[in-house]
Design a protein around this ligand. Structure first.
Ligand code: FMN
Length: 177
């Protein structure tokens, strides 16, 4: 890695890795609030903020949630789960595309701030898999018009993963393709 990638400020980007094993240490309330504040600091089309969050600490709910996520059953072993949902009617122009982009930006902010706070986290895909969305909506009793987009497993990391980028020169074009 170059010196700039090793710089402390950028560690929050390069050091964030998907963490799937956690210690038993609980996540304090004020840490949770900070994650949510970071999420809601994300850019949003026309600042419509269509993001909604369901915070889950109960193991039974985490277990029910994970049972419908083929690659996310490990969320039951996290002390905290946050499901990012979108309210389509709140999104700019009522458009799904804006809702998804805004909520993804919020989610990424949450992952980065988790890393800054010494936590580990992993994005668990829900949208656009309809069967997963239905499952999550059922477990969390989401109201009509609110869509489950992703779940995030969060806790203090029980594994260490190295900082990295997947930078690829061939993905970048200058002035035109
Ligand atoms: C839309 C999306 C869905 C994902 N779904 C899962 C998932 O269901 N289970 C999982 O373990 N990781 C999931 N991930 C995490 C990716 O596997 C991970 O980000 C990728 O392998 C890169 O590794 P890194 O996060 O450590 O940089 C998902 C990531 C994204 C962006």
């Amino acid at each position: 890695m170059s010196n700039i990638e090793k710089s402390t400020a950028l560690d929050c980007i390069f050091g964030r890795r998907s963490i799937r094993t956690f210690t038993n240490q609980p996540v304090q309330e004020e840490t949770l609030t900070m994650l949510l504040k970071a999420a809601m600091a994300a850019p949003s089309a026309v600042a419509k903020d269509p993001w909604r969050f369901v915070v889950i600490r109960e193991q039974k709910v985490l277990s029910d949630l994970g049972s419908g996520l083929p690659n996310g059953a490990f969320i039951v072993r996290a002390p905290l789960g946050i499901v990012v949902c979108g309210d389509r009617n709140a999104a700019h122009g009522g458009l799904e595309g804006y809702m998804v982009q805004d909520c993804s930006a919020a989610l990424e902010n949450m992952l980065i701030s988790a890393h800054i706070l010494g936590l580990g986290s992993c994005w668990l895909g829900v949208y656009p898999r309809e069967e997963r969305q239905k499952h999550v909506a059922g477990v969390l009793r989401l109201p009509a018009g609110v869509e489950a987009l992703a779940a995030v497993a969060i806790g203090y990391p029980a594994e260490k993963r190295s900082p990295r980028t997947r930078y690829n020169d061939s993905f970048v074009h200058y002035e035109a393709w």
